[in-house]
Design a protein around this ligand. Sequence first.
Ligand SMILES: C[S@@+](CC[C@H](N)C(=O)[O-])C[C@H]1O[C@@H](n2cnc3c(N)ncnc32)[C@H](O)[C@@H]1O
Length: 237
Amino acid sequence: MIRFKQRSTENELMDDLSLDEIQIRSILKDITLANKWLGGNNITIKALDRLFKEHPREKYTILDIGCGDGSMLREVADHCAENHIKTQLIGLDLNEKSINIAKESSRGYGNIRYLTQDVLALKPEKFRCDILLCTLTLHHFSREQIHTFIKKFALLATIGIIVNDLDRNKIGFALFKVFSLVFMKTHVAKHDGLVSIKSGFTKNDFHIFSRSVPSMDYKVLWRWAFRYEWILTHPNT
Ligand SMILES: C[S@@+](CC[C@H](N)C(=O)[O-])C[C@H]1O[C@@H](n2cnc3c(N)ncnc32)[C@H](O)[C@@H]1O
């Protein structure tokens, strides 16, 4: 693999909380399109299915950290409804405008609720869940922050954690450049997609992060298109 040696510390433009709701809506639409075309959310759905199978429960509470416009949770809700799996779904995001869009887009989904919440200030006793999802959000944080909140996530989730994030890879970067030029509309999503890949991870990064939660079992799997699936589970749950 051809790598960027270090994770980039460049800021993503979408983290600017002064962007208005119309801008946020278009950016999240671009991200959702990339997820759909490049199979991003499917990775999380398949990982969820494996956890459902290994940890049968009557009902699952699932928390999505950095939920954006809620498209991941709607896919989870549809998938679980089709498979007769009962769920209660909660989406958290720092950006109130994204939460408003998520709420509006999820009308008709009685089992999803959304809250504006900074993940860095998350109180484990307030948000207990069975499974915690974190899709394309981890790369927004520094190594120190990731070590801190993976410990918090471990306290929140009784079964485990599914992280789906980007491979820091020059080939993925070049391919995304072409994809975004052809298919994405907003400058912010094109820019942030490239910054995100440079802020992404190597397999070894996840091995190192996993040392913060030594009591958990974990797996790191490379997935097309240039993603990592990092699953942590509590043993004997
Ligand atoms: C690239 S988007 C991913 C959105 C969605 N998970 C997806 O896969 O399409 C990253 C999200 O993380 C959110 N985010 C960034 N920093 C955050 C923080 N400190 N607390 C909560 N959410 C945060 C952003 O507002 C944004 O919605």
